[in-house]
Design a protein around this ligand. Structure first.
Ligand SMILES: [Zn+2]
Length: 118
């Protein structure tokens, strides 16, 4: 029979075959590390989405209705991070960072700025 080891301290495990940790302390330590890693990842993503919204807000406050992909990227906008993707008219996609977002026709590098409420 194959011997198994604790996922934290690597001590040989005894007892139930599906056991993963030698003690409650090792089990807690493992899940605390997993949660820490997840929280770090959430914070990173939250930071990017908030930065994206800040950029959209600056453009709105400047009275802009459109922005190019290059301009947005220069300002630090990171495409691919959004809180919501909405399918609007004729399959047009709108990407929101909270209440502010952008949209463009397929393949276009010019984006229209949109608010989630008229
Ligand atoms: Zn252990």
């Amino acid at each position: 029979m194959k011997k198994s080891y604790c996922k934290v301290c690597k001590e040989p495990l005894e007892g139930r075959i599906d056991k993963k940790f030698c003690t409650d302390a090792c089990r807690c330590s493992f899940f605390n590390r997993v949660q820490l890693r997840e929280r770090k990842e959430f914070r990173k993503i939250d930071r990017i989405i908030k930065q994206n919204r800040k950029i959209l807000k600056q453009l709105f406050e400047a009275g802009r209705a459109q922005a190019s992909k290059q301009e947005l990227e220069t300002m630090g906008f990171e495409f691919g991070y959004a809180t919501q993707v909405v399918v609007a008219n004729e399959g047009e996609l709108r990407y929101f960072c909270y209440d502010l977002g952008l949209t463009s026709a397929r393949g276009q590098l010019q984006f229209s700025l949109v608010h989630d409420r008229p």
